[in-house]
Write a protein that binds this ligand. Structure first.
Ligand SMILES: Cc1cc2nc3c(=O)[nH]c(=O)nc-3n(C[C@H](O)[C@H](O)[C@H](O)COP(=O)(O)OP(=O)(O)OC[C@H]3O[C@@H](n4cnc5c(N)ncnc54)[C@H](O)[C@@H]3O)c2cc1C
Length: 349
């Protein structure tokens, strides 16, 4: 069967269950990545980060990657028509936007008589799996973690790339960023695995080192996880029982918890989980643009806040502890400036 693999937030070859299922079902496997339509409106760093991730996938796929621009449903349907694709495979999204896009793609493909098969998820435990005894979702992290840990997760899966008949990529619609990044962006599966290997040398100290913003004590894997250049299964499979490893596993579980919360509460993509927070009073950001800008650019005069915000602007990453301080203090700062804003979200693609 001629099939297409639609790469989404799973830009890797190994431990990619959906890709493995697609490969096993294919006599000829095509690959496609559609750059998000909102990408030109994001910072050059974000644009280059996604571009570098896709370029790296292109270089590592034996047949290369077909890049496309525009609406996902249209781009995928057009590719299927042009190449007589019989079935499309992809990893299932459980987030609000991902669900909307995959429904659109599925409907568009149905018009062509092509099925979209969605497999696995971006998480070790599929969002929606962990529930209370009465079947309702968990709203608090600690009981979620206990059940998540007891539930367990599958082992990583590997793909023998030599056994797959990869169709050579022919499209060349690469996204062109609207600006230059502040530094050359490193991305991709090999970079993610190398980052994890380096982190494994210090994971035994993670429970203590993660509390310090002045040293590199954390994994720096958030971008790779967000882009799917590494699957959390791959990380969890290598963790032992040491104190640092236990705490790192709990951080991975935080990511899984928030995915579960978003799955059960799709409105939280844009709205508060607690409706009462909508009653918080803010002033118009335009009237207070100078103060808002000083916060965003790290010029408030509070050294730790400014250091953290500048780190985010310059590197696209902010330390967890710095995030917590910025978030807590910015509430006070924002309260005094009375400007509505949100903590810059650097990771979510
Ligand atoms: C106010 C605030 C806002 C945050 N916003 C984001 C965000 O927009 N995107 C994002 O990916 N992370 C966010 N985090 C989580 C976390 O701070 C960053 O993922 C972390 O700084 C990334 O560094 P690391 O990979 O070295 O983390 P590590 O300490 O090595 O943690 C490993 C992984 O666990 C996950 N993780 C860790 N802490 C959390 C957490 N609190 N919630 C969810 N997942 C977590 C991340 O995927 C991270 O890569 C936020 C945390 C706070 C307190």
């Amino acid at each position: 069967m001629k099939t297409l693999f639609w790469f989404r937030r799973d830009r890797r070859i190994q431990d990619n269950l959906a890709l493995k299922v697609a490969a096993e079902a294919s006599s000829e496997l095509h690959s496609l990545f559609v750059f998000p339509q909102w990408l030109p409106s994001r910072s050059p760093l974000r644009q280059h980060s996604i571009l570098a991730s896709a370029r790296s996938l292109d270089a590592s796929l034996p047949g290369g990657l077909n890049p496309a621009l525009g609406n996902s449903a249209e781009a995928i349907a057009s590719y299927c028509k042009d190449h007589e694709i019989e079935k499309v495979f992809a990893t299932r999204g459980f987030d609000t936007s991902g669900i909307a896009v995959q429904e659109e793609v599925s409907q568009e493909l149905a018009l062509l008589g092509v099925e979209l098969e969605l497999v696995d998820s971006y998480y070790a435990v599929t969002p929606g799996t962990i529930r209370k005894d009465d079947g309702s979702p968990l709203k608090v992290y600690t009981p979620f973690f206990k059940r998540w840990y007891l539930n367990g997760w599958d082992s990583p899966v590997s793909l023998d790339t030599a056994s797959v008949n990869w169709a050579p990529a022919k499209l060349s619609q690469w996204f062109e960023p609207t600006g230059n990044p502040p530094f050359s962006v490193k991305a991709g599966e090999a970079h993610a695995l190398a980052t994890f290997e380096r982190f494994r040398e210090r994971v035994s100290r993670y429970h203590e080192d993660r509390n310090r913003c002045d040293i590199s004590g954390t994994s720096h894997l958030s971008h790779a996880l967000a882009h799917g250049e590494i699957h959390p299964r791959t990380l969890l499979a290598e963790l032992g029982k040491g104190e640092g490893e236990e705490v790192f596993r709990k951080e991975i579980a935080w990511r899984e918890f928030y995915a579960d919360v978003l799955f059960h509460n799709p409105h939280t993509l844009h709205d508060y989980l607690e409706p009462r927070f909508a009653k918080m009073r803010f002033d118009d950001p335009e009237e207070h643009s100078e103060k808002l800008q000083s916060w965003k650019s790290g010029m408030t005069g509070y050294p730790i806040i400014d250091a953290a915000m500048r780190q985010l602007v310059q590197t696209g990453w902010m330390h967890n502890r710095a995030r917590m301080i910025v978030e807590k203090v910015s509430r006070a700062t924002i309260k005094s400036t009375k400007v509505k804003s949100r903590l810059p979200n650097s990771m979510t693609p």
